[in-house]
Design a protein around this ligand. Structure first.
Ligand code: AMP
Ligand code: MG
Length: 272
């Protein structure tokens, strides 16, 4: 499947995107078998590992990968599979839950900016500043005007990062409501997974149309060529993982990173 053109999954800026127009399932044609997808993921993981080393050595650019999606969309899973091929020294994963009392007294980007990557770093966000225009909007914690203002704040924040050499790649993990049902049921059936369940998972499922609408509005308002949103078909886990790995590899390749030249004359080194 290895994509070299992710355009069909890119959310056009200011497009009034409709998620129903994007597939949650892999394309039916030309899809490799499960084991071929796994091999592809290993290959992409190796490329990712090399690119990350160069990113770290060059220290000219950084990368922030944002994962959003409904409950059980696979945020934890994709992070585990894609980044298991990268040195633990090379990535930092951050998860954002309900803001603490202190966090909620600050502007909504305060806790986010503190965890943003520096040049040389690759950082993964499991949920992000987008929660502040999604769950908050759906639950009526902010009104339409405040939400619009936050889209602007987000656009400015991400272009500040971009201007500082940090690229932002945003992945919406797109699952169908029926796939979520299967995954929630699997969690209910497996006592080892009970800890993952929260009452809000079931309450949010009831609000599926409202969440869908909030996502459509947020993705349309904040997808730009520099900080793009991609709608990742996420009903199939192996496909989702290869897709995301390919997207990150392509983003890093586009940076045209170069390892720095040594700062001294290596030909003069005499090992004794
Ligand atoms: P989990 O990712 O399963 O650990 O759940 C984290 C929970 O925190 C989810 O229900 C999110 O909707 C919620 N959450 C994350 N960020 C925010 C935020 N800024 N405001 C309100 N709720 C949030
Ligand atoms: Mg959860």
């Amino acid at each position: 499947m290895q994509h070299n053109d992710f355009t069909p999954w890119f959310v056009s800026p200011q497009s009034q995107c409709k998620l129903s127009g994007f597939d949650t399932e892999p394309p039916s044609k030309g899809l490799p078998s499960g084991s071929a997808l796994e091999e592809q993921l290993v290959e992409l993981g190796e490329q990712l590992n090399k690119l990350q080393s160069t990113l770290h050595a060059a220290k000219t650019r950084g990368l922030l990968v944002v994962f959003q999606g409904m409950d059980t969309a696979g945020k934890d899973g994709v992070i585990r599979s894609v980044f298991s091929h990268v040195s633990p020294l090379g990535v930092r994963a951050e998860a954002f839950g309900v803001p603490t009392e202190l966090e909620s007294r600050h502007d909504f980007l305060w806790r986010i900016h503190a965890k943003a990557p520096a040049r040389g770093e690759m950082v993964i966000f499991n949920r992000s500043h987008y929660e502040d225009v999604l769950v908050t909007r759906v639950r009526g914690m902010i009104d339409e005007a405040a939400c619009q203002q936050r889209y602007d704040n987000i656009l400015h924040f991400e272009s500040l990062l971009q201007d500082s050499g940090i690229s932002v790649l945003k992945c919406y993990l797109h699952i169908s409501k029926s796939e979520q049902k299967k995954r929630l049921q699997a969690r209910l059936d497996d006592p080892r997974k009970h800890w993952k369940l929260q009452p809000s998972d079931f309450a949010d499922r009831e609000l599926w149309p409202q969440f869908t609408q909030a996502y459509e509005a947020a993705l349309s308002a904040t997808s730009t060529p520099e900080s793009p949103w991609y709608v990742v078909p996420a009903d199939s886990k192996p496909y989702r993982d290869s897709f995301v790995a390919g997207l990150i590899v392509q983003t890093l390749e586009n940076m045209k990173l170069k390892t720095p030249k040594p700062s001294f004359d290596l030909s003069k080194v005499k090992l004794t």
